[in-house]
Design a protein around this ligand. Structure first.
Ligand code: ZN
Length: 122
């Protein structure tokens, strides 16, 4: 796939900036920001052809904003992570280590632990 996609209209060499997706079930043509992947029923359009786009009879055209401020999937993911992070209870400050560690020494306030060997059945 070439990194720069061009308009899918015949004889148009303009770089594509929009992706038109036909949602047949809803008789809707969705014009949105250039899709990351080329999919069936998707047509890349340059700004000019996107502007001139008219829906087939009985169809609706939905135009999604395409400016740079549009949140990407990555941004939404980051936001979701931030919300999840904020929802977590704060970790206890002086929690003792949990597990099967065996104390083998101390260095300052740190305890040197090694994993306890599981007892083997003879
Ligand atoms: Zn075009």
């Amino acid at each position: 796939m070439s990194p720069v996609r061009s308009c899918s209209r015949t004889a148009c060499r303009q770089p594509a900036v929009f992706t038109l997706t036909y949602v047949y079930a809803d008789s809707t043509a969705v014009l949105g920001p250039l899709a990351t992947y080329v999919e069936p029923h998707c047509y890349d359009l340059c700004a000019e052809h996107a502007e001139r786009l008219t829906a087939p009879r009985g169809w609706e055209v939905v135009r999604l904003p395409a400016e740079a401020g549009q949140p990407s999937a990555d941004d939404l993911e980051a936001l979701a992570n931030a919300v999840r992070e904020a929802a977590k209870p704060a970790p206890a400050q002086h929690a003792e280590p949990v597990g099967q560690g065996v104390e083998v020494g101390r260095r300052g306030h740190l305890r040197v632990l090694r994993s306890a060997q599981p007892e083997r059945e003879q």
